[in-house]
Design a protein. Structure first.
Length: 59
């Protein structure tokens, strides 16, 4: 299962060590992802951000 880190963190969950920056993709089993998501370190939902190709200027 995949998730996205919502902030910089390092953690040890279910015998696995994670060192992630905000926006990094995290891949682990569903139970581990659920635990990381429960404490607010990752999300399985798509993060909102700038849309590709949008610069804010229309020339």
């Amino acid at each position: 299962m995949k998730a996205t880190a919502v902030k910089k963190f390092s953690a040890s969950v279910n015998g696995r060590d994670f060192r992630c920056e905000s926006g990094d993709e995290v891949e682990a089993d569903a139970k581990t992802i659920e635990q990381l998501e429960a404490i607010g370190l990752v999300t399985t939902k798509k993060l909102k951000g700038a849309k590709p190709g949008k610069t804010g200027d229309n020339d």
